[in-house]
Design a binder for this molecule. Sequence first.
Ligand code: CA
Length: 335
Amino acid sequence: MSDSRISTDIDYDRDGKQVGYLNVPNSTNESGWGTLLMPIAVVKNGRGPTILFTGGNHGDEYEGPIALMKLLRALEPAEVKGRVVIVPGLNMPALMAGQRLSPIDGMNMNRAFPGARRGTITAMIAHYVQTQLLPLADFVCDIHSGGRSMSFLPSAVVHRLDDADRMRKTLDAARAFGAPVGLVLKELDSEGMLDTAAEDMGRIFVSTEIGGAGVVSPATIKVAEIGARNLLVHFGICQGNLVTREAQGLAPTRLMAVPDGDCYTAATENGVYEPLVDIGETVTVGQLLGQVHDIERPGEPPAEKRAKRDGLLVCRLGPGRVRRGDTIAVIAVDL
Ligand code: CA
């Protein structure tokens, strides 16, 4: 455990419940020998698998931190067979600032893997996860939301894997999570992600996109809370029954994919975005998804944004302000 510059009083091998900190060296003008105290909890009871939960990978996504703080307060060792490791604020400085990227080094935690022992603070945290936490874990769940810039139909998100057995186990976990959608994503840019690091290590990995636009709602928090609990049951770490969607009177998780670039629509203009279709609505190719109004040329017609394929709108731009290159819409198709 000496490989990282981050230290902790947590003993990952000890039975019981520990709530403590990762001590991340953070020398600043205000605090020369300062330390960033990053909360972490471990609930362990005897032999069994380990799950690692992370939230706040992006600092403007709040369902994960809320659901995981509630889980770590409620979870008792007697309920657990194995080990649950919870990091509610993975990019702690970003979370404290309410922004996606770290205000200290400007880095995106989910592009910082495998990190670096002597890197900037984000790289150091990623390196700790890579070298100290991922090796402990059999299962990893990283709870994301859409962040300030996007709004998502609540989804458990997984990636297409070459290994058929791992793909099946991953899809089973995505279904067990119990979100409206189980999304098989082709990432536009997967290098440096926690997802990729966990998958490369052979871990069963589930991520999520739950809500977004920089806000939280009772409904989206409920999806995250039930999902985290369901994974504990599904992986055999906690006893009990899954809180199924059927038991809640809801349609079963719809397994969908985002197979190619035609699923994504990006803005090519600056302006104000008027969505004409909301998340969860079915769209057909050529349908008007929304339009960008140029505030500086109000007499000009708006730029029309049309669906490039049939499917379900699972994500749209979060704020009204739009800039060239922003993702405006993501369409998913049934698997
Ligand atoms: Ca995110």
